[in-house]
Every structure is written in structure tokens, then in C-alpha cells.
Design a protein around this ligand. Structure first.
Ligand SMILES: [Fe+2]
Ligand SMILES: [Fe+2]
Length: 140
């Protein structure tokens, strides 16, 4: 049976991932050169806004549930070149989808209906990010 501690721990892992993603996309935007880089920087800008929104939501929820939100971002690999960076991003977005779905399940078990739905919606956002990045990768 899921406990509130399990849920808060899971949400803090999600928060660390989101903070790490904001930094990863900011870093990758700076390392994106050429004409592709110009377009990528635009995409990263939009995704950074989404991820920051996710992080802000998680901060509020963790506090509301009586937890202490982490301020430490998750680390990430720094492969060379646009293609390798985007391949990493697709994998990390997919991992985020899995984590949100798992934590939505925990929220459901604890009877937290709004949180369950919001986490599923965030999983859908990440799946959308992964699809967008896959589309760019196909053209490289
Ligand atoms: Fe996110
Ligand atoms: Fe994302």
C-alpha cells in the first residue's frame, strides 16, 4: 500500500528531474549551432517554459502535502552534437512519462484525484515533447 512518504519522495524525484531539464535545455540551446540551432533554440525556449511550469506545480504540491521540496536539480549527460543531444532528450522525456504515470498511480491509491489527473496530464506533456523532438531528429 502506498504511503504519503512514498508519494512525496516520488514527487521530489520528479521535481529534481524538472529542475535538471530546465538547466539541460538551457545548456543545450547554447550548444545548438547553425541554422538547425536557430530553430532548436526556439523549441527549447518553449519547452523550458513547460518544464518550469511543471516544477512550480510540484513545488506547491509537495509543500501542500507537508513535504520539503528539493532545490537540487538532477544531473545529466552532455553528449557532443545536436543529434546526440536530442537522442538523449527523447530518452529522458520517455523516462519522465514513466515516472509521472507511476506517481499518478500512487496519488490514485491515496485518493488524491486532482493530483492523479495533473500528473497524467504532465506525462502527456512530456510525451508531446518526446514526439516533437523525434520529428526534428527525423530531419537530421
Ligand atoms: Fe516536465
Ligand atoms: Fe518535457
Amino acid at each position: 500500500m502506498a504511503t504519503m512518504d512514498d508519494l512525496i519522495k516520488g514527487l521530489n524525484e520528479d521535481l529534481a528531474a524538472e529542475l535538471g531539464t530546465v538547466i539541460r535545455y538551457s545548456y543545450q540551446a547554447s550548444k545548438s549551432f547553425g541554422l538547425t540551432g536557430v530553430e532548436l533554440r526556439e523549441m527549447f525556449e518553449e519547452e523550458i517554459a513547460d518544464e518550469l511550469g511543471h516544477a512550480t506545480f510540484l513545488l506547491d504540491v509537495i509543500v501542500d502535502l507537508g513535504g520539503e521540496p528539493t532545490t537540487t536539480p538532477a544531473g545529466f549527460a552532455k553528449p557532443d552534437g545536436i543529434k546526440a543531444m536530442l537522442e538523449l532528450d527523447v530518452e529522458m522525456e520517455k523516462k519522465d512519462v514513466e515516472n509521472y504515470m507511476a506517481h499518478a498511480q500512487l496519488a490514485d491509491e491515496l485518493g488524491l484525484v486532482e493530483l492523479k489527473l495533473k500528473l497524467e496530464e504532465m506525462a502527456a506533456d512530456e510525451a508531446g515533447h518526446a514526439r516533437e523532438i523525434r520529428r526534428i531528429l527525423k530531419g537530421l
